[in-house]
Ligand binder design. Sequence first.
Ligand code: NAD
Length: 261
Amino acid sequence: MFLKGKSAIVTGSTSGIGLALAKALAAEGASVMINGFGDADAIETERVALQAASGAKALYDGADMAKPDQIAAMVARAQDAFGGVDIAISNAGIQHVAPIEDFPVEKWDAILAINLSSSFHLMRAVVPGMKARGWGRILTTASAHSLVASPNKAAYVAAKHGIAGLTKTVALETAPFGVTVNCISPGYVWTPLVENQIPDTMAARGLTREQVINDVLLAAQPTKQFVLPEQVAALALFLCRDEAASITGANYSMDGGWTAA
Ligand code: NAD
């Protein structure tokens, strides 16, 4: 349990990759604040399980990542409850698929707010404490779309490219203080986010469900396998280790070879 005594916030951790990240951190003894939307009873069940796994505190905060004041309040609450935030993972994200001329303005605004600006608000709130303590780990769940584009995903690709730049910038600013800042950039991971975009892609491209899975989603991934949330979590855990102290400003692809092409 190498994270005993450490504390973490994982945004968007009621589902998918974020939940796997929270479980991995708790399994190593970290206190964890989970965040995101969903059924209250299901979230409480996850929170209790995290506490049992870590032997440390686990808290839930329902802050909306589109609301800067709620992000600041979430971080303040974690700092009070845990005595500081050592690990912050900006993971919450949403998707919308449409050609640029039909892309709803409110979807653009929501994706930029939740997938990009929330990381800025989280980082600016946790960095002072990390610098003061001389240790910190900040991770962002970016995407292969931080490096390459796909059609019909203007807002998502723009936000994820932005995450890559934000990560590099904050890595440079915090490098002298024992704080590392890195992105993990998965290809297609089998989570509700991917499953939920299948109907839109079917409509946008006039394809069947099987065609979307095999010819669109996994078309880009030479392994022809979805990435697993637990694989993302394993890399995140490594980046939290002291052995990873010299890794900062990096963007780690975990995409089955997608961006090698
Ligand atoms: P998911 O839909 O399973 O989970 C998203 C999480 O974010 C949920 O907990 C949800 O409640 C939360 N969330 C959504 N809007 C929120 C808001 N306004 N405020 C607070 N929480 C909010 O998705 P996932 O696939 O696990 O995605 C997690 C991250 O990984 C996202 O940033 C996504 O872009 C990125 N990613 C996913 C894939 C993939 O293939 N699934 C690939 C690359 C990157």
